[in-house]
Write a protein that binds this ligand. Structure first.
Ligand code: NAD
Length: 547
């Protein structure tokens, strides 16, 4: 009898309680005999398909999305293969439950719905012993780390340690969308306090109940974390997630040329938005060089998109100065222009000589943008006069309301289509349902980073890349856009059907790995058959035979 080597001698209840190996009622008769499971399970042997039907029914019968989230996390905690089978096979239905928008609510209620810890928590008092803490992690071959300090969770602001739901959810998407093996993923919370008074006042709050550290101790902790990861998990990529504005840009610039790292809020968002813009151009018929982009929000997402856009325009022969002049920003103080004295470093390259504009509507009228992109976290900021002005100025106004969760979207799909008389090309950050207008059905696209980061991560893992470059995000955007079909565009969708996400991620991974090999960023040789090599890395949530 050949025993599956991954079982590491596990037996009986210990096997049933191991989420990576557990099959529950699907353990076969032979496996029940081989692993001391006889008597520990109900009599009938069930297939994974039957289990899948049962858990799907259970999820659907839950009264609220938060209850669905709690159920799904508990399933993940006891049977990863079944959890990933469910999420992979029903990704369109499950993604909003394990990620945005539901994960936002789950983070806000983190202490109340907390059952079992998931991920690694590292605090200020752990300085000097971060390596030891990483060694407590139960898996040795960590390849993808998502780390947050909880300061800017989605568009919800500072949630402190409650933000752990985000790395957990994001890594679930690495596995579900790109097949990064669950035991190669590690969620991390750098708990440096919170400035959220409601959290500090909450007796149930589980994090360090003091105000956020802003001094050298913060940088020391981040630096020790990075060097410790390199020592303990040398092949790991570190994805920074939902850090506040100032730290996000600063840390990216500090570490991007030193270690394998990227910031998804800045770079992943940029790639998904750029892909949506390429697709939108197939509907509007223009070229990138002839567009004028107006962003509401000049933070990580907005500036990240602008910077990648500049690279894309330069690749089309536009000079850097001209490319920057195609990108305009409105932030909380109005139009970002050269005359302003309150601009942070990341906004200045996009501050052009121009009179100011106090409102978004005034900026739209003055600049006549072809594309309006909402990344402000300001709900309902695309008011009717703004959308109507865009529709007056453009035959097909491109309107992306990318802020998450749904409650933060700058406008709804219904508003964009109705106020533009059905002419808008619309995408959002969180999903909106199909919308009927004047006999036509629109399926709004979700400009979800999940189209990009899982594939980028898989490409990095498959090539053992030592750096993550802007070029990788450019190629990822191009690959994603190339997979949008004529049928997608016909219903107004500027992204591929989410059900194709694993195919999308595999294609992005190949392109990213090619960049890594071409630029000499890896320690291994390029495999002869790269697509087959990438496929071979992808975790399959189908139960293997253990006997
Ligand atoms: P951020 O905090 O870095 O930036 C927010 C920006 O919005 C800042 O420049 C701020 O000045 C501006 N702003 C705030 N209030 C404003 C107002 N009233 N009018 C105009 N501008 C205002 O945050 P971020 O990382 O850039 O994220 C912004 C939003 O984009 C969030 O809701 C986030 O969830 C969303 N986002 C979506 C995706 C996606 O996949 N669709 C990806 C990343 C971020």
């Amino acid at each position: 009898m050949k025993i599956n080597p991954h079982l590491h001698g596990l037996h009986g209840v210990a096997l049933l309680h191991n989420p990576l190996l557990n099959k529950g009622t699907a353990f076969t008769e032979a496996e029940r005999d081989a692993f001391g499971l006889r008597g520990l399970l109900p009599t009938r042997v069930i297939t994974q398909e039957q289990q899948l039907a049962r858990v799907l029914e259970t999820v659907r019968n839950k009264p609220t999305d938060l209850e669905r989230y709690i159920y799904l996390i508990s399933l993940q905690e006891r049977n990863e293969a079944l959890f990933y089978r469910l999420v992979t096979d029903h990704v369109t239905e499950m993604m909003p439950l394990i990620y945005t928008p539901t994960v936002g609510l789950a983070c806000q209620r983190y202490a109340l719905i907390f059952r079992r810890p998931r991920g690694l928590f590292i605090g200020l008092r752990d300085r000097g012993r971060v390596k030891q803490i990483l060694q407590n992690w139960p898996h040795a071959d960590v390849r993808m780390i998502v780390v947050t300090d909880g300061e800017r969770i989605l568009g919800l602001g500072d949630l402190g340690t409650n933000g752990m739901g985000i790395p957990v959810g994001k890594l679930s998407l690495y596995t579900a969308c790109a097949g990064v093996a669950p035991d190669q993923c590690m969620p991390v919370m750098l708990d440096v306090g919170t400035n959220n008074q409601a959290m500090l006042d909450d007796p149930h709050y589980l994090g360090a109940a003091h105000r956020r550290e802003r001094g050298p101790a913060y940088d020391e902790l981040v630096a020790e974390f990075i060097t410790s990861v390199q020592a303990i998990f040398p092949l790991a990529c570190i994805q920074f997630e939902d850090f506040g504005n100032a730290n996000a840009f600063r840390l990216l610039h500090e570490y991007r040329d030193q270690v394998c790292t990227f910031n998804d809020d800045i770079q992943g968002t940029a790639a998904v938005a750029l892909a949506g813009i390429y697709s939108a151009l197939r509907i509007t018929g223009g070229s990138l060089a002839n567009q004028r982009f107006l962003f509401l929000g000049a933070g990580e997402a907005g500036i990240g998109i602008g910077e990648l856009m500049v690279e894309a325009l330069k690749a089309e022969g536009v000079t850097e100065a001209d490319a920057r002049r195609q990108c305009w920003y409105v932030d909380s103080k109005g139009l970002v222009v050269a005359g302003r004295t309150d601009l942070t470093a990341h906004k200045r390259p996009f501050a052009h000589d121009h009179p100011g504009a106090a409102t978004l509507l005034a900026a739209v009228e003055a600049l006549k943008p072809t594309m309006l992109i909402g990344v402000s976290g300001m709900p309902s900021a695309f008011v009717e006069p703004v959308v109507r002005a865009m529709a007056r100025l453009n035959p097909n106004p491109v309107i992306f309301a990318l802020s998450n969760p749904t409650s933060k979207a700058e406008c709804t799909a219904e508003q964009a289509y109705t106020w533009s008389d059905g002419r808008a090309v619309f995408a959002s950050g969180s999903p909106f349902p199909a919308f009927e207008f004047k006999g036509r059905t629109y399926l709004p696209g979700q400009g979800n980073n999940a189209y990009i980061f899982p594939g980028v991560g898989l490409g990095i893992i498959a090539s053992q890349a030592q750096r993550v470059t802007e070029e990788m995000f450019s190629v990822a955007a191009n690959v994603l856009a190339s997979l949008v079909t004529g049928e997608d565009l016909a219903v107004g969708r500027v992204y591929p059907d989410l059900q194709r996400i694993r195919e999308v991620s595999a294609a992005i991974a190949c392109a990213v790995a090619q960049v890594a090999f071409r630029r000499g960023l890896t320690r291994m040789l390029c495999p002869e058959d790269l697509p087959a090599h990438v496929q071979a890395q992808m975790y399959d949530p189908t139960y293997p035979d253990y006997v």
